[in-house]
Ligand binder design. Structure first.
Ligand SMILES: Cc1cc2nc3c(=O)[nH]c(=O)nc-3n(C[C@H](O)[C@H](O)[C@H](O)COP(=O)(O)OP(=O)(O)OC[C@H]3O[C@@H](n4cnc5c(N)ncnc54)[C@H](O)[C@@H]3O)c2cc1C
Length: 457
């Protein structure tokens, strides 16, 4: 089959076991068996992507699109029957096609890395807000497929607010433009929004038109430390109901602060139970006014220590520390598993305490942080999955965690997606009719079920 694929395309294929083996993995930990794809395609053109898809239809193969492979929900892994899976890795489709300064848009290929995009548009004083913590590797194709978010979602909204148009290859191998390169468009259904977050199950993003905004003039970072999670939680609600609009409102618990300081010392205080990481952005005058109001709110909410910084380098160091939390936790034990739960913002303290109870009950360390302003909590569990007892305990912990989140009126994922790991809980998480609509929509985009089967829905 690889011979035939090489004949019909101009594409490079990886087929040797040692080359394709790494593609059996993404950043999710393998709680079940790991399957290796039969080859990896590295296309350079949309035409080659179409040809591979058409070949897959004819030969009953499945396709797994892949960007940086940092998916936490096993979205890049082969679900079953490795002889049938082709991974399409977009590393050779990584160009910024156009930055349109006048219309504030950028047209990009799927493997453009978010951090590179930020730096490229920075020269034009433009800004693309979506900021997953791993933006130095995360690709636009993967971020669109997962609807990736980050701390700035709190003020600026999700990635879908910044995607104007998508060019995709669908499950018939056709190129389809889902929107228009326009800032406003309600002509027909919004298929772009429908596609965003579809976890590579509808088709392949081969080009995206992004909406850009002017870059905020300055930023100011405030770290507010609290004696207890409850006080930090009350403070989150106070900020949410005030007329201050920070760009970010993240929370870090004591274990996260201690772990970051242990492996990436940055000068964070480690004797408090929780910290809120708040960034203000905008013009100097507006930041100054908001900062005063925020100071009052923090003091009224009993923040024990408030650290302000508007030095660019100091701000970046703190953000680097925050973004390193997953990597730091990974040094605590052979494995680290990040989870992704959403609850209403007022229930954050309840959720954090619940995670701590589970951590104690099952003897698995949890460093907890999250985007408090969005109710999105990420516990990082440090454990040894080769230890049979820990593996069994972790499976039970996860089960209780998801069921507990649903019981609190929350949901299974805010940004990492469902992938293969959380599908078993979908019945309890979404309305059955809505779930059947989702399956029917998948059929419309991908009638032969070749894209990421057994995932997302
Ligand atoms: C340290 C770390 C920190 C992270 N922080 C965050 C965070 O703050 N916020 C957040 O939301 N996520 C976060 N993530 C999760 C994830 O890495 C991001 O969501 C990231 O944007 C995914 O990009 P990727 O290029 O790695 O995608 P991949 O992992 O390669 O792919 C993700 C999914 O998209 C599909 N896909 C990939 N490319 C395409 C394409 N061209 N067309 C269609 N489908 C495609 C894949 O099949 C897969 O299902 C983090 C992960 C790590 C390891």
């Amino acid at each position: 089959m690889i011979k035939e694929l090489k004949k019909i395309t101009n594409c490079e294929f990886l087929e040797d076991k040692e080359d394709i083996y790494p593609y059996a993995y993404d950043t999710s930990v393998a709680l079940s068996s790991v399957n290796v794809p039969f080859c990896v395609a590295l296309p350079e053109s949309i035409e080659d992507v179409q040809k591979i898809v058409k070949y897959a239809i004819k030969n009953n193969l499945v396709i797994i699109p892949r960007g940086a492979g940092t998916c936490h929900s096993a979205g890049c892994r082969v679900s079953k029957d490795e002889r049938r899976a082709i991974i399409i890795h977009f590393s050779k489709m990584n160009k910024i096609i156009e930055i349109d300064e006048k219309n504030l848009t950028a047209k990009v290929q799927p493997n453009v890395v978010l951090g590179d995009l930020q730096r490229a548009i920075d020269k034009f004083n433009l800004f693309f807000p979506p900021d997953p913590s791993n933006l130095e590797v995360s690709t636009i194709g993967g971020a669109i497929a997962l609807s990736s978010s980050g701390p700035r979602t709190f003020k600026y909204g999700q990635i879908k607010n910044y995607i104007l148009n998508l060019k995709i290859v669908n499950g018939e191998g056709e190129v389809v433009e889902l929107g228009k390169d326009l800032r406003k468009n309600v002509t027909g259904y919004n298929l772009c929004d429908l596609f965003i977050g579809s976890e590579g199950t509808f088709g392949i993003v081969v080009e995206a038109t992004l909406k850009l905004i002017p870059k905020p003039a300055c930023t100011k970072l405030i770290l507010a430390y609290f004696k207890s999670i409850d006080e930090a939680g009350v403070c989150v609600t106070k900020i949410l109901t005030s007329n201050v609009q920070p760009a970010t409102l993240d929370i870090l618990d004591d274990k996260t602060l201690i772990t970051i300081e242990k492996f990436n010392p940055t000068g964070l205080y480690t004797r408090y139970e929780a910290a809120l990481l708040i960034e203000l952005d905008g013009e100097v005058e507006s930041i100054s006014a908001e900062s005063k109001k925020l100071q009052t709110i923090l003091e009224e909410a009993h923040a024990e220590k408030i650290v302000n910084t508007d030095d660019k380098k100091a701000n970046e160091d703190i953000w680097k520390a925050r973004r390193s939390s997953f990597a730091c936790c990974a040094k605590l034990a052979p494995n680290v598993v990040t989870e992704d739960i959403v609850v209403s913002t007022s229930k954050i303290p309840e959720m954090i305490k619940f995670i701590r109870q589970l951590s104690q009950k099952y003897g698995i360390m949890a460093c907890i942080m999250g985007h408090a302003g969005d109710g999105n909590i990420h516990p990082n569990f440090a454990l040894d999955l080769e230890n049979i007892t820990q593996l069994r305990n972790f499976k039970e912990l996860k089960d209780e965690l998801f069921k507990g989140a649903l019981k609190m009126g929350g949901t299974l994922s805010g940004e990492h997606g469902i992938g293969m790991e959380k599908r078993v809980y979908l019945e309890d998480a979404i309305n059955p009719i809505a779930h059947s609509y989702m399956k029917q929509i998948k059929q419309v985009f991908d009638p032969h079920n070749i894209f990421n089967p057994d995932k997302a829905i």
